[in-house]
Design a protein around this ligand. Structure first.
Ligand SMILES: [Zn+2]
Ligand SMILES: [Zn+2]
Length: 420
């Protein structure tokens, strides 16, 4: 094709006026054409080779290599930045997740204990009291009795806390509760990351703000801690960022699980925001009021009652009351006192007849004792620890009635099972 073009050019030039005068022969024209074409062939070959080289895909790619490499590095760096920031954000999430577990654990423990298959002793206030009083009699410590009587609420909460510690040490189920809180939270985090509104954010800042807003009930994340995660972004990086966070969640899960498993029960209870012992005291025992005379705990269920009452009152000396004349511990019992002619002193120190006690303690209803043996447990305790209590309370021992000495441990426990 190129040769024909060249021959046409030679012919055209030979026809020009200045060449016609040369009177060239056909042979000369042939020689000229052969010479021109002979020289042109080498150049045509070079041109052809250059064309083939340029259009060869391999050499083309070779030439473009630096550009492609630059594009790749660019993409990789964006991804790398995204990954780095996502990992950083997961580090911000970790303490917030642990905090969430600590905040939820107390309620989970209470639900776990109070469920149908939970320990029998927490089924009712009566059963729990029997359990504690049984244990106190077995332990046989006057100090523990004094604590139970005089600091009832604190004692009970401590007792419940110790009992829960033992329960979870034996059952080894505390980590099951923690893991179930963690799993449920991770599900919510994943939902928030896939949330349309969250993904529609135009900047990473808006994305994180929306993410924190969706999970505001579960996670407490300070704005300052999310600032370190911010980086330059475009719309596609937000989806990628969300995807990277989700990807890193499995590492985070392992870290949190390790942290959970490294703590012993005591530390777990210490970090729990809602103390299960406080909640169980409120739910199982209810009212924390004690008889103004003998400190017997109120037995009316729940919190909403106008009058507090106890079916079993105790000899007053057990709660440090001393006879003014003899300086001996007082062994009188409220349920008998209120139908006697005896007097008591209220907080101001003035004497009043027991019969009028409701004028001074209108929210307490003390019923006269109708069963002779209802306080047998406490009479037995008094007999057992009379001297120890006297020493503890810095008083003289009570002069206890003769028939109290006939009480046995069995009788005491029997009265407990009957009345408490
Ligand atoms: Zn009382
Ligand atoms: Zn009450």
């Amino acid at each position: 094709m190129y040769s024909q073009e060249l021959l046409k050019m030679i012919n055209n030039n030979l026809k020009q006026h200045k060449f016609e005068n040369l009177r060239t022969t056909k042979l000369f024209e042939l020689d000229l054409k052969l010479w021109v074409l002979g020289n042109a062939v080498v150049m045509f070959q070079r041109m052809h080779e250059e064309f083939v080289r340029r259009n060869d895909p391999q050499s083309y790619l070779e030439e473009m290599k630096p550009q492609y490499f630059y594009t790749f590095i660019n993409m990789f760096e964006t991804r790398n930045e995204c990954q780095r920031r996502a990992k950083q954000f997961c580090m911000v999430l970790t303490p917030a997740i642990l905090d969430h577990i600590n905040r939820c654990l107390g309620k989970e423990i209470v639900d776990d204990i109070l469920q149908k298959t939970g320990p029998q002793k927490f089924k009712s206030r009566k059963i729990l009291q029997q359990e504690v009083l049984n244990k106190l009699l077995i332990d046989g410590s006057s100090e523990k009795y004094a604590e139970y009587i005089n600091s009832y609420e604190d004692f009970m909460k401590r007792w419940i806390s110790q009992d829960l510690t033992e329960h979870y040490k034996c059952q080894n189920t505390i980590h099951v509760l923690q893991t179930s809180i963690l799993q449920s939270l991770l599900r919510k985090i994943k939902q928030a990351l896939q949330d349309e509104k969250t993904l529609q954010a135009k900047t990473i800042y808006d994305f994180l703000a929306e993410f924190c807003n969706v999970l505001k009930k579960e996670l407490v994340i300070s704005q300052n801690s999310t600032k370190v995660v911010l980086f330059e972004n475009n719309l596609s990086t937000i989806q990628q960022f969300a995807h990277e966070i989700e990807w890193h969640l499995s590492d985070l899960e392992k870290l949190v699980e390790q942290d959970i498993k490294s703590r012993n029960i005591e530390t777990i209870f210490l970090h729990s925001t809602l103390k299960p012992q406080d909640e169980l005291f409120r739910k199982v025992i209810g009212c924390d009021k004690q008889c103004p005379f003998c400190k017997a705990p109120c037995e009316a269920g729940g919190w909403n009652h106008k009058e507090h009452f106890a079916t079993v009152h105790r000899p007053r000396g057990l709660s440090q009351h001393v006879n003014e004349n003899t300086k001996a511990l007082d062994h009188s019992i409220c349920s008998s006192n209120i139908i006697s002619n005896k007097a008591f002193r209220n907080a101001e120190g003035k004497p009043h007849p027991y019969k009028d006690y409701q004028k001074y303690y209108p929210d307490w209803a003390i019923h006269p004792d109708t069963t002779a043996d209802s306080s047998d447990y406490w009479k037995f305790v008094f007999i057992q620890f009379n001297h120890l209590f006297a020493k503890l309370y810095n008083a003289n021992p009570a002069n206890l009635p003769e028939d109290w000495h006939k009480l046995t441990r069995e009788k005491a426990l029997k009265s407990l099972n009957k009345t408490q």
